[in-house]
Design a protein around this ligand. Sequence first.
Ligand SMILES: *[C@@H]1O[C@H](CO)[C@@H](O)[C@H](O)[C@H]1NC(C)=O
Length: 400
Amino acid sequence: MALKDYLVTDDLTILLGLITASTFLLYNLYKPQSLVHPILLGRQSDVARVRNPGESAVHRNYGTGLLGRFPIRPTREVQTLLDLVKPEYDAPRTLWSTKITNPQLRARAEAFGTGLLRAGLNQESNVLLLLNDGLEFLITDIALASHSIPSFTLSSPSLLSSVLDKHPPTAIVIDAGFLPNVLELIYDTNELAHHVVIVVGEPDRKALAEAAQHIKLVRWADVEAEGKVGQKITSPAPDPNDVFTVSFYEDHEGRLQGAQLTHENLTAGVTTLRGLLPLTNPLTALDTIVSAHSMSTAFGRTIAYTALYEGTNFATTHGARLYKSDDTYVPPGLPDLFSTKSLPLPAPTILFIKPEHSNALSAAIISRAEKSLLFSFACAPPCLSVTSPPWSLAFASVAS
Ligand SMILES: *[C@@H]1O[C@H](CO)[C@@H](O)[C@H](O)[C@H]1NC(C)=O
């Protein structure tokens, strides 16, 4: 058959062709706008006109309707920090190295909270957390928040002496390894002398003997064990506008600042973070979020609670540890990013990292790609996106 036989057209062919073309056009014209977060679509958000000197621009988005209120909670039921640990969600997932379900996590926080109250804490108390990220941090945080006992966190250990000085806490929860570094400081703060210091892990014998002469030292595990027996103590549910934590940090002039955060601030933070994730499918216990931001910062805490809320596996990198006690040095960049490999976690699917990790990661990918024969046909480095396995998404946040 000659070529021209194929090209024979009649009215029907033309009609079908027209219908196909119009369907294609209509489909493309009337396709609904994608539901990408408005911040990612520059035109849907704008910079507020009013701005105080020294403040960065505040962006307002129209995603909520013109002049509407920003969403402050992921769903209506989520009012407080505790609600972010959905009781009905009972799929086990791994937090650092512990496989745990939400009901188990709540039960442990309930026991620890009861133990804290039995140890003499009450709503007038406030508790300084000198803890590296881990399950104990979360349990302590949830327990304190459910009894409306405010916690203090420091964005850097260097703030310790000024916080002890200006805002002496009633109790301190501290990693055993870091205890020797702060005993002196604690003795100097006279008000603390008769208050409780709760130690996570096993302190070394010398520190223990020395501390025993000055302060009341209890083991974290003992507080939890104490709370497990007998009747659990419950407190009235906190109000979403109650301050549950004070996050201390240093401003640009080196002055001590404290941000009071309410339950609503945290649920709003979680809502925002979820909005940043271009999720086509909901996250599950098969996902793993790895963060390089310490939970002692407001941002790091929000990431951890987003992971809790979504029911994913979660861990923080070695570099997120603020209270370094051992000599295990992990270089920044890729080695730090891979520091969670020693944990029993599935490969990360979402990373909240810092610029140094993101740079190291893209450099590693490019240098690997350069070894390929096809590299010269591929695009130049700037259009390389970090979507290759094992990460489906990588977020480099600019917070340092
Ligand atoms: C926390 O929420 C209150 C309102 O509940 C708001 O005024 C304040 O600015 C928020 N704080 C931060 C740090 O976003």
